[in-house]
Design a protein around this ligand. Sequence first.
Ligand SMILES: CC(C)(COP(=O)(O)OP(=O)(O)OC[C@H]1O[C@@H](n2cnc3c(N)ncnc32)[C@H](O)[C@@H]1OP(=O)(O)O)[C@@H](O)C(=O)NCCC(=O)NCCS
Length: 131
Amino acid sequence: MQLISTKICKTSDIGINDNLFGGMMLQWIDEAAGAMAASTCCTPNMITLKMDEVVFKKPVKVNQHIRIYGKVNHIGRTSISLTMEARRFDFEEHEESVVCSTKMLFVKIDKNGKASPINQEVCEKLRQKLK
Ligand SMILES: CC(C)(COP(=O)(O)OP(=O)(O)OC[C@H]1O[C@@H](n2cnc3c(N)ncnc32)[C@H](O)[C@@H]1OP(=O)(O)O)[C@@H](O)C(=O)NCCC(=O)NCCS
C-alpha cells in the first residue's frame, strides 16, 4: 500500500471518552482517498460515491500519529475503487497498528455533476499495472 497522508490527533479532534471522534477519522480517510483518486486518474473532478463498512478496531488518543495508506483495486469507465487503511504509529515500539480499513468508490464527474469517462490512456496504463 502507498502512504497518502499523516494526521496528528489534536485535542480539537477528540469526541467522548477521550478518543478520536470517529467522524473525524472518516473525514481524514475520505480526503486521503479523494487525493489518491484524483492523482491516479489525473483529474481533480473525482467525487465520493461509496464507502464500505468501517470498524474502529483501536482507539486513537491526543498526539498520536495516524498514517493513511491506499491501494487501487480496480478502474472502471467512470469510477475507481480503492482500499484505504488508517494505521496508528507507536513511536516507542516503532510499530504501526491498523485502526480501521475500508473500500471506497470514486466517480469522475463533468461540469454538470454527471459521471464522465476517465481518460482512456490513464485507464489502460493503470489496468496494465494492476495485472
Ligand atoms: C457520483 C454520481 C454523479 C454518480 O451518478 P450515477 O448516476 O450513480 O452514475 P452511474 O450510474 O453512471 O455510475 C457511475 C459509476 O459508479 C458505479 N456505481 C454506481 N453506483 C454504484 C454502487 N452502488 N456500487 C458500486 N458502484 C456503483 C457504476 O458502476 C459506474 O462505474 P463505471 O463507469 O466505472 O462502470 C452521483 O451518484 C452523485 O452525484 N452522487 C453524490 C456524490 C457526492 O456528493 N459525494 C460527496 C459525499 S455526500
